[in-house]
Design a protein around this ligand. Structure first.
Ligand code: URA
Ligand code: CA
Length: 440
């Protein structure tokens, strides 16, 4: 097949055939199509889009471009949750143990932090001894015996996506709904998920900044999953401020433990219960969302969720005592409060900038090869709509390199807008998208 013809066809706004999409995905995976042609086609797709059939074809081709995990040895439906990436968003560490304590099976392949957003694997590795590497067999055994496991990829999954995503990152072609939807869903399908619950973030810290684009992305992913025969649904949730208060790896583990121990709550818990209850429905454990929420609440109140997190940490070689005493987590050497420059209402946050502030302290990577400092990050001391006095702390920085303090404090101050007028608060849950439709 002549790739130039395929590029010209998409450039002209025409629909690509299944064979053309197959050639594109295979050529990306095996390296036989040069990067300049792949990039040109990606850019044409960005401008011209793809219809539902093309998007599904690309997803299935990327899914089958590498290994596919077989979870059939595990009884029941394995349910997975995927977030498009947020700041202070450690829902996985809250809802996976709660859902498993309720009887769902969660076999989760997670990722590392990217850009301004954190990754569950980095958070787990901040727990002393905790490993995110297991053989396929040991991974399945762990889910069979305790109901959950969260590890890194065991196979070479979706090599076509890996090649295309690397190119998109450097050619300005990330922000295309069909490309994002096929990228995410291909990986979920290849990792063996029997049912999928998606958390599509929207707002200043999200991949998609507008609610309409976020809903369109959620719908595109739900359509693909439905085509592939998997129960799938999505929530569109707010990322107009960090979801939890803690941003940074060990700090986020600490917040998850505080929530599971009943010492903390807030938006992170609310979103975890909303997503988790839907996981229980998708897994066939709960009869409806209200039943799912009641079960998740009961697992929280009884301490069963915290006990499950401890079991999971210990099954992965980690020090389970962190669940009793968070002081077993790594500590930063210095703390620094960042004061409000003036009095007023917290009107707006640039959540992406707050994520980059934590990254700058060493909580995230600028490049793939960077080493993360598990102890550092920041704790937000205000939420949108709060009224503050001048000098009152907006956040506390946790750092190991004192020389980074001034720059980080300046970045954080710039990321938070204080106004005289009381702002209107953005919603936390914007929409629910299922095969039946969109509920706002
Ligand atoms: N995350 C992915 O895995 N793929 C995308 O295209 C964007 C975000
Ligand atoms: Ca203590």
């Amino acid at each position: 097949m002549n790739m130039v013809d395929v590029i010209l066809k998409k450039k002209a706004g025409k629909t690509l055939s299944t064979e053309e999409i197959r050639a594109f995905a295979r050529g990306a995976a095996d390296g036989s199509i040069p990067d300049y042609q792949l990039s040109a086609l990606l850019m044409a797709i960005c401008f011209q889009g793809m219809d539902a059939r093309e998007t599904t074809d690309l997803t299935m081709e990327m899914m089958h471009s590498g290994g596919v995990v077989d979870l059939s040895a595990i009884d029941g439906v394995c349910v997975d949750k995927h977030s498009t990436g947020g700041v202070g968003d450690t829902t996985t560490l809250v809802l996976v143990p709660l859902a498993a304590a309720c009887g769902a099976k969660v076999a989760k392949l997670s990722g590392r932090g990217l850009g301004h957003t954190g990754g569950t694997l980095d958070k787990l590795e901040s727990i002393p001894g905790c490993s995110i590497e297991k053989s396929q067999e040991a991974f399945i055994e762990q889910v069979k015996s305790i109901g959950c496991a969260v590890i890194g990829q065991t196979h070479d999954l979706c090599p076509a996506d890996k090649a295309l995503y690397a190119l998109r990152d450097v050619t300005g072609t990330v922000d295309s709904i069909p490309l994002i939807a096929s990228s995410i869903v291909s990986k979920k399908l290849a990792s063996g998920a029997g049912a999928i619950v998606l958390d599509v973030k929207t707002g200043s810290g999200a991949l998609m900044h507008t609610v309409e684009d976020s809903i369109a992305l959620a719908k595109a992913m739900v359509d693909i999953g439905t085509h592939a025969g998997r129960p799938i649904l999505a929530l569109v949730t707010g990322m107009d401020q960090p979801l939890g208060t803690h941003v940074g790896n060990a700090l986020e583990v600490r917040e998850a433990i505080d929530i599971l121990a009943g010492r903390a709550g807030g938006d992170l818990l609310t979103v975890s219960l909303e997503l988790g209850s839907r996981m229980l429905v998708a897994a066939g454990v709960a009869k409806d969302i209200a039943d799912g929420k009641a079960r998740m609440r009961a697992a929280l109140d009884s301490g069963a969720g915290l006990a499950k997190l401890r079991e999971m940490i210990e099954a992965q070689g980690g020090d389970g005592r962190v669940c009793e005493d968070v002081d077993y987590l790594p500590h930063a050497a210095y703390r620094l409060d960042v004061p409000a420059p003036c009095a007023g209402y917290v009107a707006r946050m640039d959540t992406t900038a707050i994520g980059y502030c934590a990254q700058g302290l060493g909580a995230g990577r600028r490049q793939k090869s960077d080493v993360i400092d598990p102890a550092v990050g920041l704790v937000m001391r205000v939420r949108l709509g709060d009224c503050v006095e001048a000098g009152q702390p907006l956040a506390t920085l946790y750092l190991n390199r004192r020389e980074l303090a001034n720059d980080a404090a300046a970045k954080l101050t710039r990321a938070i807008e204080i106004s005289e007028e009381k702002p209107e608060l953005p919603p936390l849950i914007y929409a629910a998208v299922s095969p039946e439709g969109i509920v706002r």
